[in-house]
Ligand binder design. Structure first.
Ligand code: XMP
Length: 326
């Protein structure tokens, strides 16, 4: 347990200079730990795994292999960004696994939220383990464990992140950011040259859009979640709300209501907008989005997203509601 306690002498990393010093120190200790051996890392594109990837690339270059599993529940543009940043810009050894059909087939017809989470988590581990078994000579596994994960769980990655450690894989762990708080990981990520959209991105659940496509996931409704989410994010960015609002996204419930398009009655899904502020996700308040902006986002969603005829704004704080709908 002692090696899981942040050293009292460690300064809070809150300046680019302190981040640079941390990076230099970590490069040296990663090189000492890893030597000439090979490291594997599940790279979701979230800030923690991205920072670990960037540190490992600097420390051991091509001895690192990153695996990015696209489970079909990522936001629009995310897999492309991982490939662009890590393979194209940082020349990482990146294995991109298109597991979309595999996940969506397993999830077909499953409506219970916890069952959905379990399937996504198990499938992720299976896909990752399969990729790992194709590689030879891997000794280490990189992990984006951060200090709150250790504090909350006595050493086990606390949040039910789908990108968690495949426990049956016998690798030694490499956890270069395990003593950092989230804000420090972001300062280090910025110093490593990662794009702001990765460094400052809002919390995103491990099961991804899967918990926002309420009930049994279908491909068309999942696309409605992805497209409406992309519009919301784009409009928040354009209107200065990105980085100001803690978490914002859309939900598509699995019921329909009537509407009218081109003089014909329609029977389509609603899109629900959720935008909340929080410190640690245990409670949350509602962001007061300007009415004109809500109207503009509504117009865009209604004209650009297929299968949708209604847009709603969720005004419920946590508690009583949770942040996600499932
Ligand atoms: P709730 O919905 O419980 O969410 O108010 C609190 C925070 O946790 C995130 N969340 C998850 N994160 N796996 C995750 O990694 C999950 O299964 C999961 N469920 C909720 C949610 O996005 C919010 O930030």
């Amino acid at each position: 347990m002692a090696d899981n306690v942040r050293p009292a002498s460690m300064a809070r990393i809150n300046t680019p200079e302190l981040a640079e010093a941390f990076i230099e120190e970590q490069i040296a200790s990663l090189q000492a730990q890893i030597g000439k051996d090979k490291v594997l890392l599940a790279l979701s594109g979230g800030v923690d795994s991205s920072v670990v990837a960037a540190l490992l690339i600097k420390a051991v270059g091509n001895q690192l292999t990153c695996v990015h599993v696209n489970h079909g529940l990522l936001r629009k543009g995310e897999p492309e960004q991982v490939i662009e940043v890590f393979r194209n810009q940082m020349s990482a050894n990146l294995i991109y696994v298109d597991a979309v059909d595999r996940f969506l087939d397993k999830l077909a017809g499953v409506s219970d939220p916890e069952q959905k989470r379990k399937i996504i988590g198990k499938e992720f581990i299976d896909v990752f383990a399969e990729e790992a078994s194709k590689l030879e000579g891997i000794r280490f596994l990189g992990q984006g464990t951060i200090y709150p994960d250790i504090l909350e769980s006595d050493g086990v990655k606390a949040h039910h992140n789908v990108g968690g450690l495949p426990e049956n894989l016998q690798f030694e762990l490499v956890e270069p950011v395990k003593f950092l708080y989230k804000d420090e990981v972001r300062v280090v990520g910025k110093a490593l040259g990662l794009p702001d959209s990765m460094v400052y991105r809002q919390p995103f659940p491990g099961p991804g859009l899967g918990v926002r496509c309420v009930g049994a996931i279908t491909r068309d409704r999942l696309e409605a979640v992805r497209e409406s989410d992309a519009i919301l994010r784009e409009e928040f960015a354009k209107n200065g709300l990105e980085g100001k609002v803690w978490q914002y996204f859309t939900i598509v419930p699995d019921f329909k209501s009537t509407g009218i398009k081109d003089n014909k009655r329609t029977f389509e899904w609603p899109v629900v907008i959720r935008a909340v502020n929080s410190v640690d996700a245990t409670s949350a308040s509602i962001e007061q989005i300007p009415y004109a902006l809500l109207g503009h986002i509504t117009d865009r969603i209604l004209s650009e997203v297929r299968g949708v005829n209604r847009v709603l704004y969720d005004l419920s704080p946590k508690p009583v509601a949770t942040i996600e709908w499932e």
